[in-house]
Design a protein around this ligand. Structure first.
Ligand code: MRU
Length: 365
């Protein structure tokens, strides 16, 4: 996607040919800053501290973390240590494990003197594949949006609701849930997006709103509690969100609060779609209840960061002194609330059979 006319991905190799550049998402929307990662520990910290976030980008960053580790020491021991360190950064998004497995499989049986080059080649493939995959998700999701718009008699405004940030910042480019929205906008469909603020870290207010604004997509930021009311009043035509892990049975784990939107959509007959690449499907489990749910620092709940009218970015405390807070980062929307899964191979029901119809090679797995 372009920022001020300059095309960007969310992660790339620096002109020096080895260090890794990422957009520092902790600084948005108040500043556009690029961070440089030079060690595997830098990559791990970028994931843990959410300089980078979003399931596919976490995977891509971990892949480059392995590259940086191999530069320092291409031994099996270093590979295993970097794998373990990076895997431990965040527990929920399965793309992390997927990317690390791909890297380790590629490097494991190679001579040590080939490992650095092979690692950078594999990480680049993971990134290019993510871009192509998200573009395909966008095209399939565009079909869903277009059909709905036609079905509704081509209204002047088609209201979409999304939660968290599943845009290009969360992937390498395009995004998952936002890719169809960008394509619909570009195709002249008059989409308007309700962007849930997504407390506690405000990925919707800070990142989704920033992305949509940069692309010229009409949008309105809403508090997390507003969606149900909008749906009751016919002001949401379709919900579309991303996911950090979708089970082989079709249960969808995504940013905390997604479940409440899925419930409200179900109660109000609003279609609820989930957009995802194949790397987000966890074929090893069927029941979403077994997905590990990340619990983060309570300070993300008790404190909030924003810009003063004078332009200074400050963090303030919003809770009483001494009140404990809990910070569950993800929840699971059971498959029965999901209208469809939008993947790079097409749209399917959120069921085991639905997924297998798109990924028949998994039948024998
Ligand atoms: O905690 P985050 O910001 O990493 O959570 C991100 C999400 O929940 C996204 O919706 C998900 O990763 C899908 S991104 C294409």
């Amino acid at each position: 996607m372009k920022i001020d006319g300059i095309p960007y991905r969310s992660i790339w190799v620096d002109d020096d040919g080895w260090s890794v550049r990422v957009i520092d998402q902790t600084r948005l929307p108040h500043a556009f800053a690029v961070a440089r990662l030079t060690t595997a520990a830098d990559a791990a910290e970028a994931i843990r501290g959410m300089t980078v976030r979003g399931a596919p980008l976490i995977g891509a960053t971990a892949a480059y973390g392995i590259c940086l580790a191999m530069r320092d020491d291409p031994s099996d021991e270093a590979l295993d240590a970097a794998y373990a360190m990076l895997l431990a950064t965040r527990p929920t998004a399965v793309n992390l494990r997927w990317a690390l497995d791909a890297m380790r499989d590629r490097l494991r049986n190679r001579p040590r003197d080939e490992r650095v080059a092979a690692a950078y080649a594999c990480a680049a493939e993971i990134c290019d594949d993510d871009v192509a995959t998200c573009r395909a998700i966008g095209e399939h999701g565009l079909g869903v949006i277009r059909d709905l718009w036609e079905e509704k008699g081509r209204p002047d405004r088609l209201n979409l609701l999304t939660h968290c940030n599943a845009g290009w910042l969360a992937t390498v480019d395009w995004g998952t849930a936002l890719a169809p929205i960008y394509m619909a906008h570009d195709a002249g469909i008059p989409v308007h997006v309700w962007a849930d603020e997504t407390r506690p870290r405000n990925q919707g207010a800070s990142l989704t709103a920033w992305e949509l604004g940069r692309h010229g997509v009409p949008h309105t930021v809403i508090a997390d509690n507003v969606g149900g009311h909008l749906m009751q009043h016919g002001l949401v035509d379709l919900c579309i969100v991303g996911t950090d892990r979708t089970t082989a049975g079709g249960d969808v784990c995504n940013k905390i609060g997604t479940y409440l939107k899925a419930l409200a959509a179900h109660d109000n007959g609003v279609p609820f779609y989930v957009a995802l690449p194949y790397s987000t499907i966890d074929w090893t489990i069927e029941d979403g209840a077994t997905i590990p749910i990340e619990e983060r620092d309570a300070a993300e709940v008790t404190r909030i960061t924003g810009r003063t009218s004078g332009g200074t970015v400050v963090t303030v405390t919003v809770t009483p002194e001494g009140s404990p807070a809990a910070n569950y980062a993800f929840d699971v929307s059971p498959r029965r609330y999901v209208t469809g899964l939008v993947t790079e191979r097409g749209v399917c029901p959120a069921t085991k059979d639905g997924l297998l119809s798109l990924y028949p090679e998994r039948k024998s797995a």
